[in-house]
Design a protein around this ligand. Structure first.
Ligand SMILES: Nc1ncnc2c1ncn2[C@@H]1O[C@H](COP(=O)(O)OP(=O)(O)OP(=O)(O)O)[C@@H](O)[C@H]1O
Ligand SMILES: [Mg+2]
Length: 208
């Protein structure tokens, strides 16, 4: 039985595809078998995999409709072939994002720390409050650790009840900014927080 992780955030450009692909690679480095389901019609994850080639270590399947996403989750969740399905979703909210959210074992919400990021994260969490009982964890990403807004974001997020806040914080790094279309070198130092996040996610999934 595979664990289904959906990466959801209404705000565009918040790091969903980056989180999907680097986390997938980090889980593979931990010995897990991963299938990425790309539910975004823009196909960013699918194109990334095409560019990266077979060394990526996992496959990305394009499932750009609610129906194809649902049938892929139903089929591969039960397959002994994979230990994790990771669903990359489009920004905004629609039927696809709803399906990815409701069908997940764990939803990760990547977000930056700006006031706008916090507002959109709150809107994303409000949707879960009203529509799904899926466990949710917010992941602070693309963060400048010296930034004062980080403390404020941590305070805001740890005081709300609907979602956990991941211990791992993913910093802004040029290695991550440039990782698109390549095989993420997750065992190198600039990617160490991604490995920490993969271990944190794996522990969370085992405890679910
Ligand atoms: N930790 C990071 N450090 C530096 N740059 C980052 C980091 N995380 C994401 N980025 C950059 O932020 C931009 C947006 O990331 P990404 O494409 O993953 O977001 P997205 O949420 O999938 O966007 P969309 O909503 O359009 O699908 C990209 O240019 C990416 O390289
Ligand atoms: Mg994306």
């Amino acid at each position: 039985m595979a664990s289904v992780l959906s990466i959801v955030q209404t705000k565009g450009g918040s790091g969903k595809t980056t989180t999907t692909m680097v986390l997938a690679r980090a889980l593979v480095a931990l010995g897990e078998s991963v299938l990425v389901l790309d539910s975004d019609k823009q196909r960013s994850a699918t194109e990334w995999a095409d560019d990266a080639g077979p060394d990526l270590g996992f496959e990305v399947m394009s499932v750009p409709t609610g129906r194809t996403l649902q049938s892929a989750i139903d089929r591969y969740r039960a397959s002994p072939e994979y230990s994790y399905l990771i669903v990359d979703t489009p920004p905004g909210s629609d039927d696809i994002v709803d399906k990815a959210s409701v069908n997940a074992d764990l939803v990760l919400v990547p977000t930056g720390v700006s006031p706008l990021d916090m507002k959109r994260t709150q809107a994303t969490l409000n949707w879960f409050e009203d529509n799904a009982d899926t466990p949710v964890a917010v992941v602070l990403t693309n963060v400048d650790k010296r930034e004062k807004l980080l403390d404020l974001a941590q305070e805001t997020l740890s005081s709300q009840a609907r979602a956990a806040l991941a211990d791992t914080i993913i910093p802004t790094r040029s290695a991550t900014r440039r990782v698109g279309s390549t095989v993420p070198r997750v065992t190198t130092k600039p990617f160490r927080e991604w490995m920490e996040l993969a271990e944190e996610v794996r522990t969370a999934c085992r405890e679910l």
